[in-house]
Design a protein around this ligand. Structure first.
Ligand code: GDP
Length: 297
């Protein structure tokens, strides 16, 4: 399970301070030292860890006494609040265009889970938000990607706009917009090409598509199992494409959690959804507070 090591270590650490009737500066120092190590071991970006510890220290040492909690519990409350805010304040909403269709552009590296997540997101939009999406196969370089999306559409009974692998992705996206308008579909989700690494050609093509379809959301799909790499990828995509949010996949695996805990701080873009398995209903709205509770027990 994701975060297992981190959760174990943090829970151990806070257990020590929990029952304390008096928390000294030394106690806070020891606790934060252990929290720091636990976060670094979970592959959280070192700068993110540094800022996090600084905030916890400041708040934990100088905080006001609350009658309902023991001093130990108050320190834990601070850690939990800061962990939550590290991942984003509230659950973030998905955009709705003033004039339909709302356009969502999916970007990310090959293998991150982009195509699968495109299907999952359409499924969620229909089930949770009662929307009618159109899927768009704009990844023309990987022939299997078009077929994969087509298959997902059939499985979900959601329409797919595809023009094979010969057409230009920008034209495909533009025609899909027309189709959505004609057929009164209120969301268009564009699955774009990925590469094994971030490169200039990819970014140029994605920028072009973005300029043309003017998406209301640009979601970067990243594999949480890739740790610090996921954070670097997010930084590059955000610099070039000004993404609006991140979808973290494979949180059902045994990721140490570094990506989930660093991406928001590094890119200042929220994690909006989390992939929790390969099945099409295994995409969840990302709740920072629930995630923090899961980690801290
Ligand atoms: P793309 O190249 O980015 O379009 O990636 P795909 O959508 O083809 O996904 C790559 C692999 O990751 C597939 O085997 C998916 O089933 C798998 N995958 C995607 N999301 C998740 C997830 O949240 N959890 C798990 N366990 N596997 C996932």
């Amino acid at each position: 399970m994701a975060f297992e090591g981190l959760a174990d270590r943090l829970q151990n650490t806070i257990q020590k301070i929990k029952g304390k009737g008096k928390v000294t500066e030394q106690d806070v120092k020891e606790m934060t030292r252990e929290v720091r190590l636990a976060l670094l071991e979970a592959d959280v970006n070192f700068k993110v860890v540094k800022d996090f510890i600084k905030k916890v220290k400041e708040r934990a040492v100088g905080q006001e006494v609350m009658e309902s909690l023991t001093p130990g519990q108050q320190v834990i409350k601070v850690v939990k609040e800061e962990l939550t805010s590290l991942m984003g304040e509230d659950e973030s909403k998905i955009a709705v265009a003033d004039k339909p269709p709302t356009v969502i552009m999916m970007v990310g590296l090959q293998g991150a889970g982009k195509t699968t997540t495109t299907g999952k997101l359409a499924n969620l939009l229909r089930k949770k938000y009662n929307r009618n999406p159109l899927l768009v196969a704009a990844d023309v370089y990987r022939p299997a990607a078009v077929d994969q999306l087509e298959t997902l559409g059939k499985q979900l009974d959601i329409p797919v706009h595809q023009e094979g692998t010969q057409a230009n992705p920008v034209d495909i996206a533009n025609r899909a917009m027309e189709k959505a308008k004609e057929e009164h579909l209120d969301y268009v989700i564009v699955d774009t090409a990925g590469r094994l690494h971030v490169d200039e050609d990819l970014m140029n093509e994605l920028s072009q598509i973005k300029e043309n379809v003017q998406p209301d959301e640009t979601f970067l799909v990243v594999d949480s199992m890739t740790g610090q790499d996921a954070v670097n990828v997010a930084e590059s995509f955000n610099d070039q494409l000004d993404i609006s949010g991140v979808i973290l996949t494979k949180l059902d695996g045994d990721t140490r959690g570094g990506a989930a805990l660093s991406i928001k701080a590094v890119t200042e873009k929220p994690i909006k959804f989390a992939g929790m398995g390969e099945k099409l209903d295994e995409l969840e709205v990302f709740h920072p507070e629930r995630m923090a509770s899961r980690i801290l027990g």
